[in-house]
Design a protein around this ligand. Structure first.
Ligand SMILES: C[S@@+](CC[C@H](N)C(=O)[O-])C[C@H]1O[C@@H](n2cnc3c(N)ncnc32)[C@H](O)[C@@H]1O
Length: 206
């Protein structure tokens, strides 16, 4: 995928948003715990933690130890929550959007987690060589099906045996199609949670 450095229009998945950042501090109560996140224009769901993101956080099954990847971390809600809920994990958060990466780093500090880090880049490129016990993602559907499909089909190469991938999707926008892609890539797919038009899909690397 090309990074759209020269694009005149900002999307939440732009590599370098051009708009002047307008910052805001939001609070969220997630899985029984209070978090605060610095957000800004040019990143996904800047006004509040997205409903799909919340559903993923509420339903995600975290390993006891090992590496967790938050693919497409935005300002960091999923990865920071995973790191806070299990301090024994090492959480790596990846995003292509440099503004999101800076915010996620700031939010790691704001929420005082010391077992998470953020890397900027395209999909799995910044985490070459790491095998993850769990991959979590609220994927960039607006960037196109090819990007979402790549997150799923390239995942097995970056996972340990018995690792899981857990992804929240809008049921109407490709829910069934993505379930099929999960089955083709992993031979299995279960629905972890279903609420408000979203579903959390999970597959295990057998
Ligand atoms: C739907 S948003 C989710 C953000 C965050 N996880 C949340 O739930 O609030 C998807 C994120 O994927 C990022 N993204 C888009 N294309 C990407 C790529 N090729 N590699 C890494 N991240 C990408 C976007 O910049 C965006 O922050």
């Amino acid at each position: 995928m090309k990074l759209d450095r020269n694009s005149e229009t900002d999307h939440y998945f732009s590599a370098s948003p051009h708009s002047k950042p307008r910052f805001r501090l939001i609070q969220a109560y997630l899985r029984g715990r209070q978090f605060k996140f610095l957000t800004a224009s040019g990143v996904f769901s800047k006004k509040r933690v997205d409903l799909g993101t919340k559903l993923l956080i509420e339903s995600m099954i975290l390993p006891e130890t090992g590496y967790v990847l938050d693919m497409g971390c935005g300002y960091g809600a999923v990865g920071i929550a995973a790191a806070a809920f299990n301090p024994k994990l090492r959480v790596v958060m990846v995003d292509v959007n440099e503004r999101a990466v800076r915010l996620a780093r700031r939010n790691i500090e704001l929420n005082r987690v010391d077992n998470a880090e953020v890397r900027r880049g395209n999909l799995y490129e910044p985490v070459k060589g790491i095998l993850f016990n769990c991959i979590l993602s609220n994927p960039p559907v607006s960037a196109g099906l090819a990007t979402v499909k790549a997150i799923i089909t390239e995942a097995p190469k970056h996972m340990t045996e018995k690792a899981t991938i857990q992804m929240v999707v809008k049921s109407k926008i490709g829910g069934k199609r993505l379930q099929q892609i999960f089955k083709e890539a992993f031979g299995n797919c279960t629905i972890l949670a279903r609420e408000s038009g979203y579903r959390v899909l999970m597959a295990e690397k057998k």
